[in-house]
Design a binder for this molecule. Structure first.
Ligand code: NAG
Ligand code: NAG
Ligand code: NAG
Ligand code: NAG
Ligand code: NAG
Ligand code: NAG
Length: 476
């Protein structure tokens, strides 16, 4: 204790010395305000006077511990200009009768740049009051949060106080500085609180034979939302007058509570009926919220958002809802009514543009008969007709019939398929096997037949015969 008093005296009476010293430091940059207290912490006794000087280049302000009331009587601030040419700002803090509850960090900072600050931690010891906080009979509640240390905030007025942590009724926990850490400025800190730390705990200390304690009831906040999903992930399409129901399912940790709310277009008119259900399994909880609208209007189209919150945790998911005025079919060719393929092509897809609601039935015809029944190479894929190994005989008229039976809506579209065939020559060579030599001036009619789609053009080319032995002479 004697040494602390010594520090205190130095700190307090040293302020006048410090003042002179600061003035002799013209190069002091004052990037942060400077306190006349050189040590990072001071220990006073209750009823002593605390004086701290702060000096800086700009205007100064103070931050006090929570227990320091800013009434004018106990706390005084004196601001002045200082330095040789009054170029500096000085602020003096005086607490004329320091009390245990004033224990904490006193910070002097620049008013306009509050992160530039200097701090000193002051302990105001009081044998009657070893803990900074005083407690009435009921314990304080502290929360155990997911992946956060647990703190029993029983900070003390004397840095040397010996404090123990006791789990009700009498299990004493010793600080190991790994998981259980004692800090006179914070209290007990449990780095990874397990289920063991759920219950009633107390911080205990004795002064001169008297035991003082603060008790805490820990509460584990369970707010782990595991999954949130709607039973419809793809956009919902509906008709005016139909009903809508969307199920939002939330799975959360066992023993947790969630609140589920909906954001949707008809919210202001409270257009929806929302019903809830909770189910608990052995390992987790499942919450359902079902939003239903019995009779949809156009104005009900838009985004339906299911929002889930559990303590500080929140999650959301959404689905878009389209409300059509009436059922419809829109069927148009993609590029004109005549389409082309090539014989030998591996596959060809006839696919007109089709939009319809509700989902229509589709039949493809080839030349008036059901296509798939005509040839095993034809198959319907979605709205398209796919022809495998395209052949010449696939040319023809293809009709897609689109119908929505329940609304008696029908449409059709016919596409003409042209199959291009690359030209081939019927005869292996021109009709005369070997014309041999022909008398000059005689008439010959070599012919060539060819087919292809579209009809090929035929052009004759003349080549001189290759020279035969020595006799030479090329004639045609
Ligand atoms: C502080 O002063 C009050 C009353 O003036 C007195 O009751 C109390 O015992 C004093 N505390 C200490 C630690 O001297
Ligand atoms: C400590 O306790 C004794 C008797 O219990 C008492 O006489 C003494 O004044 C106490 N000291 C302080 C500093 O409170
Ligand atoms: C929808 O909600 C009900 C609760 O009424 C639930 O039993 C059902 O499994 C949910 N369906 C889906 C697909 O989420
Ligand atoms: C979603 O759940 C609601 C309510 O259980 C049900 O009426 C609706 O048909 C479901 N939708 C889908 C796409 O499963
Ligand atoms: C709706 O959900 C999608 C993905 O699930 C997300 O990207 C989008 O931002 C959400 N929209 C709104 C308005 O919340
Ligand atoms: C196709 O539609 C027209 C009217 O757009 C109709 O006259 C014709 O009968 C329909 N064809 C078939 C095969 O349904």
């Amino acid at each position: 204790m004697i040494c602390f008093i010594f520090v205190v005296l130095c700190g307090l009476s040293g302020s006048a010395l410090a003042k002179g010293k600061v003035e002799r430091e013209p190069k002091g940059k004052f990037s942060v305000p400077v306190l006349d207290v050189k040590s990072r912490q001071l220990v006073l006794e209750a009823n002593q006077t605390l004086t701290i000087h702060c000096r800086g280049r700009w205007e100064l302000s103070w931050v006090f511990p929570g227990g320091v009331a800013r009434d004018k009587e106990s706390v005084q601030l004196e601001d002045s200009r200082c330095g040789r040419q009054s170029q500096h700002y000085c602020s003096q803090l005086i607490i004329s009768s320091a009390q245990a509850q004033h224990t904490g960090s006193f910070r002097c900072r620049y008013s306009h740049r509050t992160r530039r600050q200097s701090a000193v931690y002051i302990y105001v010891t009081d044998r009657q009051r070893p803990f900074v906080r005083e407690q009435n009979k009921s314990p304080d509640v502290v929360y155990i949060k997911e992946s956060q240390p647990l703190v029993f905030p029983c900070r003390v007025t004397n840095p040397d106080a010996t404090v123990s942590l006791v789990k009700f009724p009498d299990r004493e926990l010793t600080p190991d500085q790994r998981n259980i850490v004692w800090n006179s400025r914070q209290g007990f800190l449990i780095r990874s609180p397990t289920y063991f730390y759920i219950g009633l705990f107390s911080c205990k200390t004795s002064v001169n034979g008297t035991t003082h304690s603060l008790s805490y009831l820990t509460h584990r906040q369970v707010n782990k939302i595991m999954e949130v999903y709607l039973n419809s992930t793809s956009p919902v399409q509906t008709l005016q007058g139909d009903s809508l129901a969307i199920n939002c399912t939330v799975t959360a940790e066992w023993n947790s509570r969630v609140s589920i709310s909906w954001d949707y277009p008809g919210q202001v008119n409270r257009a929806a009926i929302i019903s809830r259900r909770i189910m608990a399994s052995k390992t987790h909880m499942v919450f359902y919220s079902i939003l239903s609208i019995p009779k949809l209007h156009r104005s009900d189209r838009g985004l339906y958002i299911c929002r889930v919150t559990s303590g500080p945790v929140s999650r959301e998911t959404n689905v878009s809802v389209t409300v059509y005025d009436r059922p419809y079919i829109r069927l148009t060719p993609r590029q004109g009514a005549i389409v082309e393929a090539y014989a030998g092509q591996k596959s060809y897809r006839l696919s007109p543009k089709l939009r319809a609601f509700p989902a229509p039935e589709i039949i493809w015809l080839k030349d008036g008969k059901v296509a798939a029944e005509q040839c095993s190479r034809y198959h319907v894929d979605g709205n398209s007709l796919v022809i495998r190994d395209v052949a010449k005989e696939d040319a023809g008229k293809y009709t897609i019939l689109v119908g929505i039976q329940e609304h008696r809506l029908y449409q059709n579209l016919t596409l003409s398929l042209v199959v291009n065939v690359s030209p081939g020559i019927g005869e292996k060579a021109v009709s005369l096997q070997d014309p041999g030599s022909l008398p000059q001036g005689s008439r010959q009619a070599p012919h060539c037949s060819s087919h292809g789609v579209p009809p090929p053009h035929i052009a004759w080319l003349w080549h001189p015969c290759p020279p035969k032995g020595l006799s030479g002479g090329t004639r045609a």
